[in-house]
Design a binder for this molecule. Structure first.
Ligand SMILES: Cc1cc2nc3c(=O)[nH]c(=O)nc-3n(C[C@H](O)[C@H](O)[C@H](O)COP(=O)(O)OP(=O)(O)OC[C@H]3O[C@@H](n4cnc5c(N)ncnc54)[C@H](O)[C@@H]3O)c2cc1C
Length: 378
C-alpha cells in the first residue's frame, strides 16, 4: 500500500475556481435544500446543467460523449458539489461507477447506448449487489438468471438499493451457473427497472426519507445484449467497481455541510474553546484524508487499481464523518429536530438519524479493515 503526496496543478485549480463560480450561481444558500454529501436530492435538471459543462462522465472517452479527462478532474468537481450539499442524487452512481464499468467491460453497442446518456445526465443507475442474505459476503448472492431464448430470465431479491425508485437501470450481480468456486458463475446484467416483473418497494430511513429500496425480480426477461462483460466474470468486474466506489470525496464529506451551517448559524459568543478544538481536530484529520483520497485519484489516472488504498480511505473517512458528528452533537446538545426552521438543526437531525449508515454503505468498516490489513501484508 502506498500513498504518494500530491497537489493540484494550475489547470486543476482553474477547474476548481470554475466549479466554485458555477456553485455560487446555481446553489445560492436558501434556494435549495442541501443534502449530506452524496445523499443530495434527486434533481435531473441540475444533473443536466452539470452535463452541459462537461462535468458528468468526465473521464469517459470523448467518442461516447465523455471528456477524456482525469479522475483528479472529477475529484475537483465532486468535492465542490458535495461541500455544498448539491442535488447530485440522480446522476451520482452512473457518473461514479456505472459509466467507468460499462466503458471498461461493455460491448460497443452498450457503450453507444448508455455512455452518451450518462454524460448528458439523462439516465440514472442503481447498484444491485446486496441481497437479504448476501451483504458483506457478496459471493452468497442467490439472484439467478437462467438461459432463455434470446436472453435470460432473472429471479431474486435485491435490498438496500439506493434510488431504485428514481433510477432507470440497475447493474445486477446474479448467478448464471453453478461452480465449485463460489466466486465463479456470477455475471452482471443491466436490468431495466421498468421492465415487467420488477417491483421496487421503498424502505424508509429513521428520518422519514426514502432513499433506498427492496427490488423484487420475478421472471424478468433480460435480453442477451444486456449481459455486461463476460458471462461468469461478474465477481472480478464487480470488484473493480469498488475502487471507484470507496476512495472518493463522498466518503469524507457527508458531514462537512453540517459543520459549515453550524458556523453560519451560531452566535459569536458560542465560538468558545470547544468549538476551536472541534474545528482544529476536524481540519487536521480532513487534511490528511483529502490528500489520501487525492492520491487514490492520481493512482487511478496512472492506470493502477487502488482497491486497498480506497478501502483505507473509506474506513478512515466514514469514521471521521461520524466522529465530527458526535463531537458536534456533544457541543450543541440538541434534540434532533427534522422539521426545524433552522437549516443547521435539520441537517444535524438528518446526519444523526442516517449517520450510522456511513460506515455500512459501500462495505462495512469491519470488512474494509480486513481488506486494508491484507494489503499491509509484506
Ligand atoms: C445507506 C445505504 C445505502 C446502500 N446502498 C446500496 C446499494 O445501492 N446497492 C447495494 O447493493 N447495497 C447497498 N447497501 C448495502 C450495503 O452495501 C450493505 O448493507 C453492506 O455491504 C453490509 O451488508 P449487510 O447489511 O448484509 O450486513 P452483514 O454483511 O450481515 O454484516 C452485519 C455485521 O457483521 C459484520 N461482518 C460481516 N462479515 C464480517 C466479517 N467477515 N468479518 C468481520 N465482521 C463481519 C459487518 O461488518 C456488520 O457489522 C446500502 C447500505 C446502506 C446502509
Amino acid at each position: 500500500m502506498r500513498f504518494e503526496a500530491t497537489e493540484l496543478t494550475d489547470a486543476e485549480l482553474a477547474l476548481q475556481a470554475e466549479v466554485r463560480a458555477f456553485c455560487d450561481v446555481e446553489l445560492v444558500p436558501g434556494t435549495y435544500e442541501p443534502g449530506l454529501g452524496m445523499a443530495g436530492s434527486v434533481d435531473p435538471g441540475f444533473s443536466r446543467k452539470l452535463a452541459e459543462r462537461g462535468w458528468l462522465g468526465m473521464a469517459l472517452p470523448t467518442e461516447y460523449g465523455g471528456g477524456d479527462r482525469t479522475a483528479v478532474d472529477r475529484f475537483v468537481v465532486v468535492e465542490e458539489l458535495l461541500r455544498r450539499g448539491a442535488p447530485v442524487g440522480y446522476h451520482w452512481i452512473a457518473d461514479r461507477q456505472t459509466g467507468p464499468v460499462i466503458s471498461r467491460f461493455g460491448t460497443d453497442e452498450q457503450k453507444e447506448r448508455f455512455l452518451p446518456a450518462i454524460c448528458r445526465g439523462e439516465v440514472g443507475f442503481s447498484i444491485g449487489m446486496s441481497e437479504p442474505d448476501a451483504g458483506s459476503d457478496l459471493a452468497a448472492v442467490s439472484a439467478r438468471a437462467v438461459r432463455a431464448d434470446g436472453g435470460w430470465v432473472l429471479n431474486g431479491t435485491k435490498i438496500w438499493t439506493t434510488n431504485a425508485h428514481h433510477n432507470d437501470w440497475m447493474v445486477t450481480l446474479c448467478r448464471t451457473s453453478d461452480t465449485d468456486d463460489r466466486h465463479g458463475g456470477l455475471s452482471q446484467l443491466l436490468v431495466d427497472l421498468r421492465a415487467e416483473g420488477v417491483e421496487v418497494n421503498p424502505i424508509p430511513f429513521l428520518d422519514g426519507s426514502s432513499e433506498f429500496n427492496e427490488v423484487v425480480l420475478s421472471d424478468v426477461f433480460v435480453p442477451d445484449e444486456l449481459l455486461l462483460g463476460a458471462e461468469g466474470e461478474g465477481w472480478a468486474q464487480n470488484t473493480s467497481e469498488l475502487a471507484f466506489e470507496r476512495g472518493g470525496p463522498d466518503r469524507w464529506l457527508s458531514t462537512y455541510i453540517v459543520v459549515e451551517q453550524f458556523l453560519r448559524e451560531c452566535e459569536e459568543e458560542d465560538l468558545d474553546g470547544s468549538v476551536v478544538e472541534l474545528l482544529g481536530s476536524a481540519t487536521a484529520r480532513w487534511f490528511g484524508l483529502r490528500n489520501m483520497s487525492l492520491a487514490v485519484a492520481r493512482m487511478i489516472d496512472a492506470g493502477d487499481a487502488p482497491a486497498v488504498e480506497s478501502a483505507l480511505v473509506k474506513e478512515m473517512g466514514t469514521r471521521f464523518e461520524q466522529d465530527v458528528l458526535a463531537a458536534l452533537e456533544r457541543l450543541v446538545g440538541l434534540e434532533v429536530a427534522p422539521g426545524s426552521e433552522s437549516l443547521f438543526e435539520r441537517l444535524l437531525a438528518a446526519a444523526v438519524l442516517t449517520g450510522p449508515a456511513f460506515t455500512i454503505r459501500g462495505g462495512t468498516i469491519e470488512i474494509l479493515r480486513s481488506v486494508a490489513a491484507k494489503g499491509l501484508r509484506p
